[in-house]
Design a binder for this molecule. Sequence first.
Ligand SMILES: C[S@@+](CC[C@H](N)C(=O)[O-])C[C@H]1O[C@@H](n2cnc3c(N)ncnc32)[C@H](O)[C@@H]1O
Length: 236
Amino acid sequence: MKELNNTTPHNAEEYDVNVRKTIPYYETIHQEAIDLIKTVKPDARVWLDTGCGTGYMVEQAYPHFPHTHFIICDPAPKMLEEAKRRLANIPSDRLSILEPVGTQELENKIKNKVDVITAIQAHLYLLRDERKKATENCFNLLNKSGIYVTTENIHPLSARGVEIGLARWTNFQLQAGRSKYEVEEHTRRFNKKYFPITVEEHLQLLRNVGFKTVEFFWYAHMQAGFYAITGNEAQP
Ligand SMILES: C[S@@+](CC[C@H](N)C(=O)[O-])C[C@H]1O[C@@H](n2cnc3c(N)ncnc32)[C@H](O)[C@@H]1O
């Protein structure tokens, strides 16, 4: 298999075309996350998009948040190069780009707390302890009523659920035009190149690191989305 320049199955230069053939509802996932943040934090001062990839989230969010400063980061230099290109028209007082870094290493990299953190399909490559560290960093970086929004590939609740989920995902990718070989390679990544956890484990992790309001807002195929707010609201 070819050598890749980031943790996804696609080279950064080909990512935008291929991701849409790989993740069902890719664009809808971003639109749903933006809609959620528009509702909860329309006046966000600072928004960190970690695991920004090629910068699609900020490109989409930017017009809706005219008073927000965006910070982007990603551990893959090639992804950041693509993001810089895509976001070249955003003035520097509205966008900061960090040196390559993963969320689990983010402490001390950002001076002031932020209002929003998004991590879209970014933390699934982390092993359990690293994922916990990444989630703690997000909690600690957020202001008192800050919101964390994350989506990931999910581990279904049963072995049969995994079979069914992967079979549907295979069909989706074949219909989207990926080759049989590419799809088989992708299916082999489950639990080997990325490490999905269940919806229940996600909710528990978010509560364990200290978030007071913990919800999930999206589930289709094998992707789910969660949001968590730092302070003040008790669980029902
Ligand atoms: C599937 S892409 C998603 C990119 C972008 N968020 C999007 O929605 O298109 C996964 C991204 O997560 C990044 N990534 C991998 N490990 C990470 C980590 N530990 N922390 C943050 N981002 C990570 C990869 O480099 C890649 O750019």
